[in-house]
Ligand binder design. Structure first.
Ligand SMILES: [Zn+2]
Length: 306
């Protein structure tokens, strides 16, 4: 899914964040589990209990700064890119992917019951930042926060994905992650996101259905993204090649709950699944890719069909 070198685009929704680098000292940081009406959906692999990564310090907010008066002073920069830049630069890749996601969902959201579509914001940051759902860092992975309708992505995260979870990586895998988080925004607009109890885990739980649906929505975008044109009528993205599809499948496999548990030295325990197995994640991604967003109703199928 290479970009057309000759296209150019300015997404409405992507901002590159610099400066700040700290955490807002509020008591709200513990929202990571989805308590108190704040929904924080990690793409899957980096929940605290699976990895043994101690992010308590981060989640508790400004403690490491020793002062409650600390305020992040970051700048959010709007930027635009050419397709040639998107083929070589990660920020521009997200800019271009978001541009096509904006166009795709503006056209398609009504098909899945969204009455009034608007874009999420996408914040590209380095290291750590704050969100309405608490602190963000590459230790927690990319996530969607419904409280500020924003997707938070630290580009370094993808190196971790490759090194720790055996994903092949690659440009389309990165775009798949953005598209998955965008899928959670669609669920937010549908109202599905707040209907699911985020403590409800297990092989056919509401959480697994949410996550597989987000994978399916990502696949649906992949299937149609090459139809999107820039403001001058140039195609923005070429359809994925077989090799690129395999990269994406590899990323989806890497973030399956079973793979995470295995790679973390744990036994596979389906009753703790919150995102679905590797096989399920790939299957729903491809279902969306082949059949579009209307094929993504994971809540309508029986547990043994998931
Ligand atoms: Zn997710």
């Amino acid at each position: 899914m290479a970009f057309n070198d000759n296209s150019s685009f300015d997404s409405r929704s992507v901002r590159r964040r610099s400066g700040g680098g700290g955490f807002r000292p509020s008591g709200r940081g513990a929202a990571i589990g989805g308590g108190g009406g704040l929904l924080l959906l990690i793409i899957g692999f980096l929940s605290v209990q699976y990895l043994g990564v101690d992010v308590t310090q981060l989640l508790n907010g400004g403690a490491s700064y020793g002062s409650n008066s600390y305020q992040p002073a970051y700048q959010d920069e709007d930027f635009s890119c050419t397709g040639a830049e998107a083929n070589s630069n990660q920020d521009c890749r997200f800019e271009g992917a978001a541009y096509t996601l904006e166009q795709y969902w503006a056209k398609s959201a009504a098909q899945v019951g969204v009455e009034s579509y608007h874009d999420p914001k996408t914040i590209l940051y380095n290291g750590s930042t704050s969100s309405a759902c608490g602190a963000a860092s590459n230790a927690v992975g990319p996530f969607y926060c419904s409280a500020d309708e924003s997707i938070y992505i630290d580009g370094n995260f993808f190196e971790i994905l490759k090194q720790r979870y055996g994903a092949q990586g690659g440009p389309l895998a990165e775009m798949y992650v953005l598209a998955h988080e965008w899928g959670h925004h669609i669920q937010h607009l549908q109202g599905v996101l707040r209907q699911v109890d985020h403590r409800d885990v297990g092989p056919d739980s509401g959480m697994v259905r949410l996550e597989l649906q987000a994978d399916c929505y990502a696949g649906a975008w992949m299937g149609e993204a090459s139809q999107v044109e820039d403001a001058s009528g140039n195609r923005v993205l070429y359809p994925p090649t077989e090799a690129e599809l395999l990269q994406t499948v590899s990323a989806a496999q890497a973030v399956g709950d079973d793979n995470i548990q295995q790679q973390s030295g744990m036994s596979v325990e389906p009753e703790t699944f919150s995102h679905g197995s590797s096989e399920q994640r790939v299957r729903w991604l491809m279902r969306g890719y082949e059949n579009g967003a209307t094929s993504c109703d994971t809540f309508a199928v029986a547990g043994n069909q998931l």
